[in-house]
Structure formats: structure tokens, C-alpha cells
Design a protein around this ligand. Structure first.
Ligand SMILES: [Zn+2]
Ligand SMILES: [Zn+2]
Length: 228
């Protein structure tokens, strides 16, 4: 018996959600039941709008990024899967999100490079990995796009954005990133697990544009929707 068969018999491969037998991370039923982001939404930040027009927030404070594509809505079961990935090291979740994202952006304008939302080195040391990079790796592989892990860094660790108002959130992330000039003239797609307020994306997109990037798309596995 080879080692893989041995382990499969000892720990039968199971779906991350229903624990049913599955050779893939999610069984076909759980995969089909995921909350895909299909409702009409603002083209710039992917928040739902009645006819898919620009939302009030993007009209009032136009973000530095050009568009947002979100594969899923941040609701059950993503609110379980994503914390498992980030805080419990369940790395098997990342390829699932990366695959959903690759599917959702298949017909989107093709960027020159993918860049994962950088984590501060302190956080990487605590977690052992950057979850956004793990997601981006899968998306890059499936779309045959280069993943750039060198051009952007988070130079300042920032407290959580939750509960802060727009201006306070902006102050919170100002100067958090540094980008090299290697992005000049390029279309960059920024990858992360969730977009909540979009402030970090806005700050990173502004930093990329100051470094000469031509266009910035946000590609997120899940969009957190504002409360109804
Ligand atoms: Zn399942
Ligand atoms: Zn918007």
C-alpha cells in the first residue's frame, strides 16, 4: 500500500463543510450551495445597488481602485471557512476560495499581475502564512497569471477597522503600504479574502498608482454586505 492510500484509509478525505466523503475540499453539493455574489452591484466596490449603478459611497469618496469583483457573499458558510483559514491554519480552505475567485473573474479585464493584500511581517510570523497569498496562488495558477510577491509590503501594522467611521478608517491605514516602481504602467489585480469597507484596498490602490500603476482591480473571494 502506498503512503497516500494508507493515509486515505486512516483519515478518509472529507468535505470541509459537511464532513461527507469527498476527494475535493468541498463536496459537489456544498460547492453548489455557496452564496455566489450574483445580485446587481456597484461596479467599483461590489456593494449591491438596485440597477448595478455606482453606490453613494463611491460617488461621495471615489476609491483609488477601478473596479471590484467578488466571487461570493460573506455569509454562511464563508463566515466559518474564512476564520478557519486565517486563525486556525486550515490551509485547505485557500484553494477553494482561489478557485471560486478564478471562476468569478474569468471574463473580467485581464491584469498584468496579481498582488495579494500584504500582511505585516509581525502577523505573518504569528500565523505562519499570509492567507491572501495562499488564495492568490490558486487563482494565479488557474488563470495562468503571474503572482507578484515582491512589489508591495505592509510597513505599518494597523488596528482592526471594525466600528470606525470613514475618515477614521482612512487615517488608520494611511501610509500602511510601500510599493516598488516595478508596477509602472501595469494593470494590477489585488487579491484578498474579504472586502468589508474597502479602505485597505483604497489605500493600497492609491499607493500603487503613486508608484505608476495604470489600473487597479480588486478581486476578492467574498464581499461583506452592509447591514440592511
Ligand atoms: Zn459537503
Ligand atoms: Zn461602490
Amino acid at each position: 500500500m502506498n503512503i497516500r492510500l494508507f493515509f486515505n484509509r486512516l483519515f478518509p478525505p472529507a468535505c470541509l463543510l459537511c464532513s461527507g466523503h469527498s476527494t475535493r475540499a468541498l463536496c459537489p453539493e456544498c460547492h453548489a450551495d455557496l452564496p455566489w455574489h450574483r445580485q446587481p452591484h456597484c461596479p467599483q466596490c461590489a456593494t449591491p445597488t438596485p440597477d448595478g449603478q455606482l453606490c453613494g459611497a463611491c460617488l461621495k469618496h471615489p476609491p483609488a481602485f477601478d473596479r471590484t469583483l467578488a466571487a461570493l457573499v460573506y455569509a454562511f458558510p464563508l463566515d466559518r471557512l474564512i476564520p478557519h483559514l486565517k486563525y486556525h491554519g486550515r490551509l485547505a480552505v485557500a484553494p477553494v476560495l482561489g478557485e471560486c475567485l478564478a471562476r468569478a473573474v474569468a471574463s473580467a479585464p485581464r491584469p498584468d499581475r496579481l498582488i495579494a493584500m500584504p500582511l505585516h511581517t509581525q502577523r505573518i510570523r504569528e500565523r505562519g502564512f499570509n492567507h491572501a497569498t495562499e488564495i492568490a496562488r490558486e487563482t494565479a495558477k488557474r488563470l495562468r497569471l503571474p503572482l507578484d510577491v515582491a512589489s508591495c509590503r505592509r510597513i505599518r501594522d494597523t488596528p482592526p477597522q471594525m466600528g470606525l467611521k470613514h475618515a477614521a478608517r482612512q487615517r488608520n491605514v494611511r501610509g500602511a503600504f510601500a510599493c516598488s516602481e516595478g508596477v509602472r504602467g501595469l494593470h494590477i489585480a489585488l487579491i484578498d479574502d474579504v472586502m468589508t469597507t474597502g479602505t485597505s484596498f483604497d489605500e493600497l490602490a492609491a499607493t500603487l498608482k503613486r508608484a505608476g500603476a495604470r489600473e487597479v482591480s480588486c478581486w476578492v473571494a467574498a464581499r461583506a454586505l452592509p447591514p440592511p
